[in-house]
Design a protein around this ligand. Structure first.
Ligand code: FAD
Length: 410
């Protein structure tokens, strides 16, 4: 009997390959191995509705238990894959079992980058990645009064918005000169800074955290590079992620900030693919952004589309991965939507104004990304334009008389 497909990582990407394989009529065994307990679940609500207590854990599951049995997906939850024997095509699990595969998919995701300062291990210091982190934070905000958020990225800011809405005292520390500096334009960063300040959030930008101060094992404050000391009974660290690539690296596959894959998402070993947060893949959206023309993208869209792409290849419909990247972040009453990939030196033009506008970003006069706040129509058009060869000049982008929808449909 065929050994079928083994998927390591029971998150968004891993689940998607399994589901898409069955949708495509794949009939060989499919095994999904995940080190987190329980059913595969969605992470985005962990820093949004779930954190705010507006949805419960059952509402996060990607599918109910019955789905896995009905679709003959063998779910091995709560167990880690610890080694790959490529010659024998076997994966060893932490509980001593081994699984044979015809094809192995690595969907191991990413983990939070640790904060390298004294005091980072004190009680009262949190990071947010999984359901258990979100549960701990939900409990901690019940009694917290003064919160310091380290890192003004998406997760730190989403958390800040939820905490400020509860009336808590929140200060966000950021090493760059503005929020979300790596991911969005100066215009969008400034808008969101203002939106958070209107909620009462304070910012300490161009400041680094040097240490977290403790008393009786608990965080009581932070010490900053600009000499300031801030009191805090809760410190939330959101300073980016690291790809979970060690399993691949130890098996001799190429890695560097992610597991290297080709345009079809296969690793150096044609019997092994890698997808989602852990995969570094060639992309035209990386032109001018990365030294090797490859990117690693941390988003639900990327995880789902890459899962579908690998399932299509394994069922005889191979195609290069070419999806337009897109992303969203909910912060307070604002939804930020991004299509494409922007970089720090891109030029920007703005369409619209007030609290409903889009920033069109250009690299070498080519549209490379569009950031929209409260302009869902622009976002949808941007995804179509970025996926097509229809050019949009910066002059057209800012001109309200230009019908973007008609242009995208052309
Ligand atoms: P993951 O979801 O991380 O899944 C990987 C799984 O593999 C994990 O369960 C991990 O524990 C497991 N694993 C790792 N190694 C092993 C091993 N050796 N053996 C077994 N299992 C293993 N994206 C958006 O587009 N929009 C958002 O608003 C948004 N909000 C987010 C909010 C939060 C709080 C977080 C944490 C992420 C958010 N993201 C958002 C990002 C998005 O959730 C990720 O990009 C997506 O989950 C990536 O899917 P993945 O399957 O690649 O990785």
């Amino acid at each position: 009997m065929s050994a079928g497909v083994v998927i390591v990582g029971g998150g968004q990407a891993g689940f998607q390959v399994a589901a898409s394989l069955r949708e495509a009529g794949f009939s060989d065994p499919v095994t999904l191995v995940g080190d987190e307990p329980g059913l595969p679940y969605q992470r985005p609500p962990l820093s949004k509705a779930y954190l705010a207590g507006k949805t419960e854990a059952e509402g996060l599951s990607l599918r109910p238990m019955a789905y896995f049995a009905d679709h003959r997906i063998a779910l091995r939850a709560g167990v880690r894959a610890v080694a790959i024997d490529r010659a024998a095509r076997r994966v060893r699990l932490g509980d001593g079992a081994t699984l044979a595969y015809d094809h192995l998919v690595l969907a191991t995701g990413s983990r939070n980058r640790p904060l390298p300062v004294p005091g980072a291990d004190l009680d009262g210091v949190y990071q947010l990645r999984g359901l258990s982190d979100a549960d701990a934070l939900r409990t901690a905000v019940e009694t917290a009064r003064r919160i310091v958020v380290v890192g003004a990225g998406f997760i730190g800011l989403e958390f800040a918005a939820v905490a400020a809405a509860r009336g808590l005292d929140v200060t966000v520390i950021e090493a760059a000169d503005r929020p979300m500096a790596r991911a969005v334009s100066a215009e969008m960063g400034a808008f969101f800074r203002g939106a958070h300040e209107a909620l009462g959030v304070r910012f300490a930008c161009e400041a680094a955290i040097l240490s977290i101060e403790g008393a009786a094992g608990r965080a009581v404050g932070v010490h900053l590079s600009d000499g300031r000391d801030l009191r805090a009974d809760l410190v939330v660290v959101g300073i980016g992620v690291l790809p979970n690539q060690e399993l691949a690296e130890e098996a001799g596959l190429s890695v560097s900030d992610g597991i290297h894959v080709d345009t079809s998402l296969a690793t150096d070993d044609p019997a092994i693919s890698a997808i989602g947060d852990c995969a570094r893949f060639p992309s035209r959206f990386a032109d001018g952004l990365s030294h090797d023309g490859r990117v690693r993208i941390e988003s639900v869209q990327n995880a789902i589309d890459q899962g579908r792409c690998v399932a299509a290849r394994l069922t005889g419909r191979a195609a290069a991965y070419a999806a337009v990247p897109w992303f969203w972040s909910d912060q307070g009453r604002y939804k930020l939507q991004i299509a494409g990939l922007g970089g720090p030196s891109d030029a920007s033009v703005v369409r619209g104004g007030g609290d409903a506008f889009s920033v069109f970003r250009y690299r070498d006069r080519r549209l490379c990304a569009v950031e929209s706040v409260n302009r869902a129509g622009d976002h949808m058009v941007a995804r179509r334009l970025l996926g097509s060869s229809v050019p949009l000049t910066p002059e057209q982008a800012v001109d309200p008389a230009v019908d973007l929808r008609a242009l995208a449909a052309a």
